[in-house]
Structure formats: structure tokens, C-alpha cells
Write a protein that binds this ligand. Structure first.
Ligand code: FAD
Ligand code: NAP
Length: 405
């Protein structure tokens, strides 16, 4: 009997438990997470849920009865502090030891903190957990002044949601452009202009040197070039750090993420790792990478569950991402490695267009705004590594089907 223990009850861990059952694992499955919630999804926390358009129930990956009915033991508010690989046990913060035959690490990532004066003032928030989102939502409303540090996905999605709630928003970003880690320049420029039109102020190429407060509450941010920005709440969205310390302390190889193979296996045959905490091979691009996304967490949950139930592994996916801001649906497929050419298809002013990143005639990535056909077609072409005719790709009157023909 193979006792499978999953550490971390987030998107990856919750999905792995369900998939193991679906793939026919008959031994005990235990899911241990340090948050007080049943496994839930984070994407709505900066979007529909923050705007009040989605309820608590819509956050849960599955209803609690799902786990009960399948005898998947879910332990919440329980933190695992050590792994004993020789004894094949984990230790909880309470001191309790839990044995395993196979272990899946799904500890995710945490919000990076800003090591600056004032970072612990009231109203200085991160956005990673449902509790973080509750705290942020409680401080937003008409006329409230939100300062966002970081112009990545968190910063921009929160900015759009805060505008919908009537808050005033200023975003400070260290890079000279927005979404620098995840998108090309053309898209950065488009999102910048779109947010500005909707009343968001940006300060680019600047860092927050200190946060200032009154009565323990944040009241202003002092920028490195001397500007002072008054605020009622400060959201720090400056990236995520993998929760790899457990694995590291157990002697598993880590390098900005727990290193795994294409079956989600670590260097220890009894231990798998999945989700944001991993650095994994991307066969399509011939390199290892740490992806921070739901589709990646799901793909690795499938890899681990398939390997543990001796099923064929899932076919490697083209990585993909999405973001919703205002009436824009951004969908990205692939990663822009080794790119020497850009093709814009459609007119950005129509708010329906796509930017293709190519190596020669081979599409490496596509960024599609309100353009699902370009996203889907691009994703297929990226996976197929099929050269395309640039003239056809650039012409939105030529269908993506024809581009692929
Ligand atoms: P997590 O979901 O972070 O889960 C890990 C869990 O493990 C956490 O509950 C953590 O507390 C727990 N844990 C850690 N250490 C221990 C321990 N020692 N003992 C017990 N438990 C432990 N991705 C998209 O693709 N699209 C989106 O639109 C999108 N929007 C997002 C919006 C927000 C606000 C955030 C924060 C993220 C968003 N993401 C989005 C990213 C996505 O949520 C993550 O990629 C995904 O949650 C990764 O799943 P995971 O299970 O690896 O990690
Ligand atoms: P992110 O995408 O890494 O963006 C953080 C941004 O903040 C970067 O551009 C970074 O610039 C900037 N920054 C860093 N330090 C700064 C400073 N001191 N002052 C000003 N700017 C600074 O991370 P995130 O937006 O915080 O997101 C956190 C996690 O949630 C990620 O895993 C992300 O993928 C996930 N998430 C995903 C989605 C989605 O997929 N739609 C939505 C929300 C959240 P540098 O490059 O210079 O460091």
C-alpha cells in the first residue's frame, strides 16, 4: 500500500490529490496545508473576488464533500517543518510525525517582502492568500488612495479592480516598463496606456525607499528620487519567492526552485515536487525554468499523479498564462526565448490584437488581447514548431487556420 502525503494544499496540491484518486490510486492520500482553508484558487483574489463579483464558494477548487467522499484526508492549519528522508516521515510544527511512502511537495511560493523602513506599518499589504485579499478589500473603496509597488500581474490586476471599486491608484515600478518579467514591450506600452486612460497614475523607473506612517498606519511612500506619495493603503506586489526551504533542508537539490524532471520527480525517488516551488524542464525550449502559473501547477500535478499510478505521462504542454484587467482578457502562450522578430496582428486601438514573438519563422510565444483565435492558433503552432509565412500571420483578414495550413 502506497501512502501518499502531499505537503501544501494549494492549487497544485489540491489538484494532485484529486487526480491521484481519479487515476485509480487506492492507498491513503493525505493533504496537509498550513492555511485554514480548503484548497482554493488564487486567480480571483486580484480580479472577480476583489471586485465583489465572486463569492467565497467560487474560490474553492472543490467542495469539502469532494475530499470526504473520496477519503482524501485534508488537514488544514498544519505546517510541516521538516522531512526525514531516511525514516520517510515529516514533522509538523506540533511535533507530530506523519509517515509516507511517497511525498509530493506542493509548497508554492510566497510574496516577496520589501526590506525598507515602514514595511511593517498597518495597511502595508501583500496579496498571496485569501486572508491577504480580505485585508486589502476591507481597505478599498471610493476615494481611498491605493499605492501599489510593482507593475507586474499582481500590481496591474489589483489596480484595475481597485479602480472598479472607486479607489485612486498610483503604481510605482522599478523597471522602465510594466509587466517586464512576463510580457514584451509592445504589450507593456498598451497596458500602460489603457490603465492611464482609466485613471491610474504610474511612476516608472522608481523604487520606494521608505513607507511613512501616523499612529502605526501607512500614510505615504517616499520614492528613491525624493517624491512623496500620500496613500491610505500600500500593496507590495514585487514578485514571488519559492517555498523551497523544507526541500533544501532535506538535502534535495534546489536552485530558485526545487529541481525536478519531466515527471515531477526530485533527486529522491520517493519525493515529487509540483507547482510554483519547482524548477522544471521545458522540453519545447530546451531549458529549465520556474513557472508561476495555474496551468503549470496542473500539468505537474498530472505528471506526479501519472507517475505514482504508473500511467503514461501527459504530453508536454505549451506553457500558457492569462490575466483579466478591465474589459481586457490577456492570454499568453509560450515563452519568448531566442526571439529575433515580432509580428503584431490586428490593431491595438481596437483592443483586439496579438503580438507574436518568433525565431525566424517559428513562433515562440504569442500575447493575445481579446483575441482567443490568435491565442489558440498560436499555441498549436508553438507546440508544432511549424514555420509560418510572416505576411499571412501579420494579416488579420487571413484566418489563423489558414496561417497554420
Ligand atoms: P500555492 O497556490 O501557493 O499553494 C501552496 C500552499 O502550500 C499554500 O497554501 C502554502 O501556504 C502551503 N505551504 C507552504 N509551505 C507549507 C508547509 N511547510 N506546510 C504546510 N503547507 C505549506 N496564475 C495564473 O495562471 N493565472 C492567474 O490569473 C493568476 N492569478 C493570480 C492572482 C493572485 C492574487 C495570486 C497570488 C496568484 C495568481 N496566479 C495566477 C498564480 C497561481 O495562483 C499560482 O501559480 C498557483 O497558486 C501555484 O499553485 P501551488 O499549489 O504551486 O502554490
Ligand atoms: P512579478 O510578475 O514578478 O512582478 C513584480 C514586479 O515588481 C516586477 O516588475 C519587479 O521588477 C517589480 N519590483 C520589484 N521590486 C520592486 C521595487 N522595490 N520597487 C518597484 N518595483 C519593484 O510578481 P507579482 O506581480 O508580484 O506576482 C506575484 C506572483 O503572483 C507571481 O507568481 C505571479 O505570476 C502571480 N500572479 C499571476 C497572475 C496571473 O498570471 N494573471 C496574477 C497575479 C499574480 P524587477 O523585474 O525589477 O524585479
Amino acid at each position: 500500500m502506497n501512502r501518499i502525503l502531499i505537503v501544501g494544499a494549494g492549487h497544485a496540491g489540491g489538484s494532485a490529490a484529486a487526480l491521484l484518486h481519479q487515476y485509480g490510486h487506492t492507498g491513503p492520500i493525505t493533504l496537509i496545508g498550513d492555511e485554514p482553508y480548503w484548497p482554493y484558487q488564487r486567480p480571483p483574489l486580484s480580479k472577480a473576488w476583489l471586485k465583489g463579483e465572486a463569492g467565497e464558494d467560487e474560490l474553492q477548487l472543490r467542495p469539502p464533500s469532494f475530499y470526504e467522499e473520496r477519503e482524501i484526508a485534508v488537514r488544514r492549519s498544519a505546517s510541516i517543518v521538516a522531512i526525514d528522508r531516511e525514516a520517510k516521515t515529516v514533522r509538523l510544527a506540533s511535533g507530530e510525525q506523519v509517515p509516507y511512502d511517497s511525498l509530493i511537495l506542493a509548497t508554492g511560493a510566497r510574496a516577496r517582502l520589501l526590506p525598507i523602513p515602514g514595511a511593517t506599518l498597518g495597511g502595508v499589504l501583500a496579496l498571496r492568500t485569501a486572508a491577504d485579499a480580505e485585508a486589502l478589500k476591507a481597505r478599498l473603496g471610493p476615494g481611498r488612495r491605493l499605492l501599489v509597488v510593482g507593475g507586474g500581474y499582481i500590481g496591474l490586476e489589483a489596480a484595475a479592480s481597485a479602480r472598479a471599486l472607486g479607489a485612486q491608484v498610483t503604481v510605482v515600478e522599478r523597471e522602465p516598463r510594466l509587466l517586464a518579467r512576463v510580457a514584451g514591450e509592445a504589450l507593456s506600452g498598451f497596458f500602460h496606456a489603457y490603465h492611464v486612460q482609466r485613471g491610474v497614475r504610474f511612476v516608472l523607473g522608481a523604487s520606494v525607499a521608505a513607507l511613512e506612517g501616523e499612529d502605526g498606519q501607512v500614510r505615504a511612500a517616499l520614492l528613491d528620487h525624493g517624491e512623496r506619495l500620500p496613500c491610505d493603503v500600500a500593496l507590495i506586489g514585487v514578485g514571488a519567492i519559492p517555498n523551497q526551504e523544507l526541500a533544501q533542508a532535506a538535502g534535495l537539490p534546489c536552485q530558485d526552485g526545487v529541481i525536478v524532471d519531466g515527471h515531477a520527480r526530485t533527486a529522491d525517488p520517493a519525493i515529487y515536487a509540483i507547482g510554483d516551488v519547482t524548477r522544471r524542464p521545458l522540453p519545447l525550449y530546451g531549458r529549465d525554468f520556474r513557472l508561476e502559473s495555474v496551468p503549470s501547477a496542473l500539468e505537474q500535478a498530472k505528471q506526479a499523479a501519472a507517475s505514482l499510478t504508473r500511467r503514461p505521462p501527459p504530453a508536454p504542454e505549451v506553457p500558457w498564462f492569462w490575466s483579466d484587467q478591465y474589459d481586457l482578457k490577456l492570454q499568453i502562450a509560450g515563452l519568448p526565448f531566442d526571439v529575433d522578430r515580432l509580428v503584431v496582428r490586428g490593431d491595438p486601438s481596437s483592443i483586439r490584437f496579438a503580438v507574436f514573438h518568433l525565431n525566424g519563422q517559428v513562433i515562440q510565444a504569442v500575447e493575445a488581447v481579446n483575441a482567443p483565435a490568435e491565442f489558440m492558433g498560436g499555441r498549436l503552432l508553438i507546440g508544432a514548431r511549424k514555420p509560418v509565412m510572416i505576411e499571412k500571420l501579420a494579416d488579420p483578414t487571413v484566418s489563423m487556420k489558414e496561417v497554420a495550413a
